[in-house]
Write a protein of this length. Structure first.
Length: 522
């Protein structure tokens, strides 16, 4: 039965969970930051109110108090002495007081209680001026003995004015104290918001690290451990994802890959077993074929030897009784038997190539070339050929097979010669091949050449470009050379060159460079 699909937050992918976590942390940081900024704005407003309104208002109120005192002193001095010099502080104080009243009214116009207190100050100042100061100055100017400024009523009015100023001062003090309290509260709130922000940041970091550990690193670590267990060779170990649906699906995908690899390994093992059985059967078949080849070669060559021998014996014994046509028939029979023997021997050599590499050893190609030239000495002398052997290297291989290859290539150059005396050049160069350094051996001649269109066909067994009457041979030489070179991990090809002549190149893996002075054989 299928498992029930998870519901709620357990269905949320890892991306959604991390976004929600980061979003919550961001909301917390934003809230604390907004609170801190609001409290800082409040601090600024309260500070500005203190510096630009309340404190200047208290200073202005002190100026008003001094101006009122100057007016009262000037009026009283003028009344008592009649000296008009006392009118100067009175008039100066009156102007300063009016200016202070205007400034105070502007400063407290938004404060109802302070405005009311200033209204009282304005009223009592006007009363004292109208009922005391102005009449006293007028009476003194006219020489009257009694003036309002020296009476009890004048003292009461002035005291009432001073009390009103003190009341206004008390209101301003109260406002200033409240503003200082607000400023202190805003500063404490901003500090608390900053601390809360730092704590929230630390807590968010801890929560994010914990969430990443629980949702990401932990499940990924366990998933990685399962994957390493499988990678170490335990393909039966189940890989399971944990946590968010993303990691669960990732685990399922990795486990599906494990099961697929396990299936492929089983198939590979089955195929390997099949290949092993086929290899055993092929080896057994090769052994049987090799044994059959030896038996067949002996069984085939024995009748051929008899045919050839009896034909020759018949020719010798009855030569005087046979006519020219009978002798020609006997010649054809002997020649056919000899070609059949050569073909059987070439086929045996072709089948034996590649049987084993146990005979590989360091082989000096210089020595092999000299031996091939020596074996082909009669043909070289007969054709008047010149064979130039350059600096050939030392390679790893089978001495007999590599010698047969060089002898076959030189022999072909002598066989397929043109009207001029054959010239054969053999040299080597070290090149950087696809599989590493390799020696490229070049065998070039000035013979009849090969059409590039037949550059691949000439390496096919029994493929001939000329009739047997023109050029003798079985047509196996180049096919045998190709098999030998490929058995040594190399390659052989016909290099397209302008006529006359042909250029064959064979590449062999490089081992040790062997130097020798070029030699001419002619």
């Amino acid at each position: 039965m299928a498992e029930a699909e998870p519901r709620g937050p357990s269905r949320w992918p890892l991306r959604t969970r991390l976004l929600l976590l980061l979003g919550a942390a961001g909301v917390l940081m934003t809230a604390t930051l907004v609170t801190q900024l609001a409290l800082q704005d409040r601090q600024r407003d309260v500070r500005n109110d203190l510096l630009s309104r309340l404190d200047p208002a208290r200073v202005t109120l002190a100026d008003l108090r001094a101006a009122v005192l100057d007016q009262e002193t000037g009026v009283r001095g003028y009344v008592l002495t009649g000296d008009e010099r006392f009118l100067e502080p009175y008039e100066r104080g009156r102007d300063a007081g009016d200016d202070a009243v205007v400034r105070l009214n502007n400063a407290v116009q938004d404060d109802e209680e302070a405005s009311a207190a200033m209204a009282v100050v304005q009223e009592r100042l006007d009363t004292w001026r109208d009922e005391t100061a102005a009449p006293s100055v007028a009476d003194s100017s006219e020489g009257a003995d009694t003036t309002p400024a020296t009476g009890d009523e004048a003292r009461r009015q002035f005291q009432a004015l001073r009390d009103a100023i003190n009341d206004t001062d008390a209101v301003l003090d109260q406002r200033r104290a409240a503003a200082l309290d607000d400023l202190d509260a805003a500063a404490k709130g901003a500090t608390a918001a900053m601390i809360l922000q730092v704590v929230g940041l630390v807590a968010s970091g801890v929560l994010i690290i914990g969430a990443l550990t629980r949702l990401v690193t932990g499940p990924l670590g366990r998933l990685g451990a399962d994957a390493r267990t499988v990678a170490s060779g335990d393909l039966d170990h189940e890989v399971r994802g944990e946590g968010s649906p993303d990691l669960v699906r990732l685990g399922a995908d990795v486990d599906a890959m494990r099961r697929r690899i396990l299936d492929e390994v089983d198939q590979l093992n089955a195929a390997t077993d099949g290949l092993a059985r086929q290899a055993e059967e092929l080896a057994r078949s090769n052994d049987d074929l090799e044994q059959f080849a030896y038996v067949a070669s002996h069984d085939l060559q024995e009748p051929l030897r008899k045919v050839s021998g009896f034909c020759q014996l018949l020719q010798m014994r009855y030569a005087d009784q046979l006519d020219e046509r009978a002798n020609e028939y006997i010649h054809y029979a002997v020649d056919g038997a000899k070609r059949m023997q050569d073909l059987i021997n070439d086929l045996l050599s072709f089948s034996r190539v590649g049987r084993t590499a146990e005979s590989f050893e360091p082989v000096d190609l210089d020595e092999l070339a000299d031996q091939a030239v020596e074996v082909l000495g009669p043909a070289i002398e007969e054709t008047g050929a010149t064979v130039t052997v350059g600096d050939l290297p030392e390679v790893q291989g089978d001495r007999r097979l590599l010698g047969a290859t060089l002898q076959n290539l030189i022999g072909n150059a002598l066989k397929f010669r043109g009207p001029e005396r054959p010239v054969v050049k053999i040299d080597a160069t070290l090149t950087d091949g696809a599989a590493g350094d390799e020696w490229v051996i070049t065998v070039a001649d000035n013979g009849i050449g090969v059409d590039p269109d037949y550059g691949e066909q000439i390496f096919t067994i029994f493929k001939r470009l000329h009739s047997k009457t023109e050029y003798p041979g079985t047509g196996i030489g180049l096919a045998l050379s190709k098999k030998i070179v490929e058995f040594h991990g190399g390659r052989i090809w016909l290099e397209p060159t302008p006529p006359p002549g042909a250029t064959f190149k064979l590449a062999l893996p490089a081992t040790v460079h062997h130097e020798k002075e070029p030699a001419d054989v002619g």
